[in-house]
Ligand binder design. Structure first.
Ligand SMILES: *[C@@H]1O[C@H](CO)[C@@H](O)[C@H](O)[C@H]1NC(C)=O
Ligand SMILES: *[C@@H]1O[C@H](CO)[C@@H](O)[C@H](O)[C@H]1NC(C)=O
Ligand SMILES: *[C@@H]1O[C@H](CO)[C@@H](O)[C@H](O)[C@H]1NC(C)=O
Ligand SMILES: *[C@@H]1O[C@H](CO)[C@@H](O)[C@H](O)[C@H]1NC(C)=O
Length: 406
């Protein structure tokens, strides 16, 4: 026998590799040329196929009180973008009560897996998939139970919303729910398909690691924008917004003494999630190449136009004039007249750092110890004394350039 066993083994391995590559290329190709679009569209030729393959799926990975609604608007206002505000709410809402807490590792895995399935379907404009998580279940694909429907421009304008006797206006959020009637998911899905890009905002995914299966999915062209904020700022903002839930933190602030039954995880979970996610992102693993951008809320607040341009440039989507105009309307408020709806004003270094006057030095020291690692990673400086904390001419946000790697 001329042929050694090594050669045979090599041959077998090579043929497996070739077949695997062929299958993978084939699946990737067939999905890319036809991402969930009606077949007739696919037959319309290579130009369209090319255009479709350029469809970008944007995920805004954020956390509560980190400026995510503002960031979402940067996409919601773009005429080529179909934007959904927090659809994973529905998963949480249907699945968590079924488990005791939704907090055991197994429950967590199940919820994350379900969330990824839902995201994948929504990026494919399969809005019927969402029906599995709506209570009561939609009848004939219509429902009035979409969480924060009014936060999505497309779901509140023609043809998805066609209120009798109204001009073709984008309605205010509360008007949308009142005037648009039932949401016809068939029409909404068509509108989704007609938009060049799909953007979804969520505060219900812990980190970018949990998205790896989606990032690597050849059917998607997923780009993750992680919005982070100084955890001390998040804590201050949450204490003010969720007064009941964060009552003990406010008690600490007013009495100067740390309540024994304080739920520290209200702070530490944010820091751990940030740290896990940001560590993964900053290590620049191949699977995130060209797929991940880190944005600090403070940078967005200081220079909204420049940062927005950088974000769109990373995505490879031309920014449109509606986004620019919306930014102008919503970031150039007069600070003297108070905050605008999104809490962003021009010259808003003060806005982004006003937590410094809302947290006592004791709480800040505690937070700095609990979150030391992530503060360093993200370029947030420690306040080393009460004087420094309360001195607005000393910024606690280091200049840092978190360039996406491509
Ligand atoms: C594809 O994109 C090009 C350039 O953006 C555009 O001119 C063309 O009309 C598009 N083709 C189709 C079928 O939409
Ligand atoms: C759903 O659609 C079917 C067929 O169009 C119709 O017969 C039925 O009455 C509809 N159900 C409701 C609750 O509207
Ligand atoms: C929803 O819209 C589709 C497409 O326009 C239409 O065929 C269907 O009848 C509508 N459903 C309801 C319940 O009105
Ligand atoms: C900006 O504000 C003006 C005046 O309030 C309003 O008419 C316009 O529709 C706004 N534009 C955007 C994009 O929000």
């Amino acid at each position: 026998m001329q042929c050694s066993w090594k050669a045979v083994l090599l041959l077998v391995l090579a043929s497996i590799a070739i077949q695997y590559t062929a299958i993978r290329t084939f699946t990737a190709k067939s999905f890319h040329t036809c991402p969930g679009l009606a077949e007739r569209l696919c037959k319309e030729g290579p130009t369209l196929a090319y255009n479709l393959s350029r469809k970008t799926h944007v995920l805004i990975l954020a956390t509560t009180r980190s400026g995510s609604s503002f960031m979402g608007q940067l996409f919601n206002q773009h005429l080529d973008v179909f934007y959904l505000f927090e659809p994973l709410y529905h998963v949480q809402n249907t699945m968590v009560p079924r488990f005791t807490q939704g907090r055991s590792p197994t429950d967590r895995r199940v919820i994350l897996g379900t969330s990824r399935d839902l995201l994948r379907s929504l990026y494919d404009c399969d809005l019927y998939f969402l029906e599995n998580y709506i209570k009561p279940p939609p009848i004939n694909h219509t429902t009035n139970r979409i969480f924060r429907r009014g936060a999505s421009r497309v779901l509140c304008s023609r043809p998805v919303c066609d209120p009798p006797g109204s001009p073709d206006l984008v309605l205010e959020e509360r008007d949308c729910v009142r005037k648009c009637g039932l949401l016809n998911l068939t029409v909404a899905a068509e509108a989704c398909r007609e938009h060049s890009h799909v953007a979804i905002k969520t505060v219900r995914m812990p980190g970018v690691n949990d998205l790896r299966a989606l990032v690597e999915d050849p059917r998607l062209n997923l780009k993750v924008i992680q919005l982070v904020r100084d955890p001390r700022g998040i804590l201050a903002s949450r204490s003010e917004t969720f007064r009941d839930k964060y009552r003990l933190w406010r008690l600490w602030h007013s009495t100067g003494r740390k309540p024994y039954n304080l739920d520290e995880t209200q702070l530490t979970t944010v820091c751990e999630d940030f740290s896990n996610s940001v560590s993964a992102g900053l290590q620049r693993p191949m699977w995130l190449k060209g797929k991940y951008m880190l944005v600090r809320y403070e940078d967005l607040a200081r220079n909204p136009v420049k940062k927005t341009e950088e974000i769109y440039s990373f995505l490879g989507i031309p920014m449109d004039s509606h986004v620019a105009r919306w930014l102008q309307n919503n970031t150039q408020g007069d600070p003297a007249r108070g905050r605008n709806k999104y809490g962003m004003v021009r010259n808003s270094a003060a806005t982004a750092e006003k937590w410094r006057f809302r947290l006592s030095y004791g709480i800040v020291v505690f937070a700095q110890n609990a979150c030391q690692q992530v503060l360093e990673q993200l370029g947030y400086k420690m306040a080393t004394s009460e004087e420094e904390l309360k001195n607005p001419s000393v910024s606690l946000v280091e200049e840092r350039d978190f360039r996406p790697f491509s």
